[in-house]
Design a protein around this ligand. Structure first.
Ligand code: AMP
Ligand code: MG
Length: 397
């Protein structure tokens, strides 16, 4: 049986190179830039006023109060037509170009306008360059403003807009199809009878992938029948990634691996020393499609998606943000039971930053899982871990 690290390596080695697409600016939110972005303008584009006030020569008002003649008013979006000479001022609005001759802007709150004489009384001094933003002080036209591989956040969107990027080149999302297998499954709006059980995996899986922005198609429930499953799986193989749940253990009706092989999928592993999720299958389809067969137990399917599927997706679209962060934290309660497989235990992060495993009943217990916001990673064959031990913790996003 391979280790979790070996399984991750096999996954990483089989990820096709990331692809690009050009999309509109606002659609690029949350994606990763696939190009360096350069500014096509100086920012600011001219020396501009940072305040509503009067453009003056600072030396004119060294001994306030001082009266200056007001030559004109310059709103944002207009060019000044006059020059500020000794004893003169030009009224100026925030964002308007500073007129020639002026070396500062005195804010309107520190002045008093006299309409009868068209003069302004300056009530305080102003330092040279005060309230002026200089041409190109933020960036010069032609300079690189955002590097390739940057995650596009709302802050980045504003800059992309300012440099004229109405279309943005980003790493392409893979197409992902999911299907869940099992004769016992009924839909959410049905009440299970006898030996039936509601299909929860489709929904948790859809939620896990949607939560990281991934578009997903669901084929719904697939029966444990070779012909039906063959048809559904071959439809799913039209996607870049196919994720199946259930049917990968040792039971008589666990036929997923056989169906995959029949359709030309090369199985790269089908057992990993991980708990939960030992029977996890990973393979490559004839066109390089990535195929995951997750165990049907809901906690196993959930954990394997966090640990393996998100790793693959993160590489496919070059987005480290899709991957779960792993931190180190202190145990607030002992962990008695360890395993010869690497365990991922549902856990809560406490206010004080310590972490505590949630008592559960194993890989079908979605009630316990619903309370977890992290998974404590317990290495294989670890000794019992007393309170205060330091452990690795995967934060579920
Ligand atoms: P399997 O991996 O197919 O042997 O299934 C293992 C366990 O998970 C069985 O108890 C199944 O009933 C359960 N199971 C399988 N698929 C789902 C699903 N989609 N939703 C909830 N439970 C499931
Ligand atoms: Mg099954």
């Amino acid at each position: 049986m391979i280790t979790v690290e070996q399984a991750l390596d096999i996954i990483r080695q089989n990820i096709p190179p990331a692809r690009f697409e050009k999309i509109t600016l606002i659609d690029s939110l949350g994606r990763v830039l696939a190009e360096d972005v350069f500014s096509d303008v100086d920012m600011p584009p001219f020396d501009k006023s940072a305040m509503d006030g009067y453009a003056v020569r600072s030396e004119d008002i060294k001994l306030p109060p001082v009266e200056l003649e007001v030559l004109e008013i310059v709103p944002a979006g207009s060019m000044p037509t006059k020059e500020v000479k000794p004893g003169k001022a030009i009224k100026i609005m925030t964002g308007a170009p500073v007129p020639r001759g002026a070396d500062a802007v005195i804010m309107v709150e520190k002045t008093k306008y006299e309409p009868s004489s068209r003069t302004v009384r300056c009530l305080s001094t102003v330092a040279k360059n005060a309230n002026v933003c200089f041409k190109a002080e933020d960036v010069t036209a032609g300079a690189k403003v955002i590097a390739r591989d940057t995650k596009i956040t709302p802050q980045v969107i504003g800059l992309l807009a300012a440099v004229g990027k109405d279309k943005v080149s980003v790493y392409k999302y893979p197409s992902v199809t999911i299907a869940t297998t099992g004769d016992e499954l009924v839909e959410v709006n049905q009440k299970p009878k006898g030996a039936q059980i509601r299909n929860s995996n489709t929904y948790s899986l859809l939620a896990q992938l949607t939560n990281i922005g991934m578009p997903v198609t669901s084929l719904g429930i697939v029966r444990d029948d070779i012909d039906i499953m063959t048809e559904k799986v071959s439809a799913g193989l039209k996607s870049d990634m196919l994720i199946l749940t259930g049917g990968v253990s040792m039971g008589d009706y666990d036929i997923v691996e056989d169906v995959l092989k029949k359709l030309g999928v090369k199985i790269l592993f089908d057992k990993v020393a991980i708990k939960p999720g030992k029977p996890t299958v990973f393979g490559i389809g004839p066109q390089g499609q990535l195929v995951f067969g997750l165990p049907g137990n809901p906690v196993s399917a959930f954990v394997i998606t966090e640990v393996f599927v998100k790793e693959a997706l993160s590489m496919l679209c070059n987005d480290a943000g899709i991957k779960n962060r792993i931190i180190e934290a202190e145990l607030a309660a002992a962990i008695e039971h360890t395993s010869n497989r690497q365990q991922y235990l549902g856990a809560k992060i406490l206010q004080d930053g310590r972490v505590e495993a949630i008592d559960g009943h194993g890989s079908a217990d979605i009630v316990s899982l619903s309370r977890a916001d992290a998974l404590i990673i317990v290495p294989p064959d670890a000794p019992a871990l007393p309170i205060g031990s330091h452990v690795k913790v995967l934060i579920i996003i």
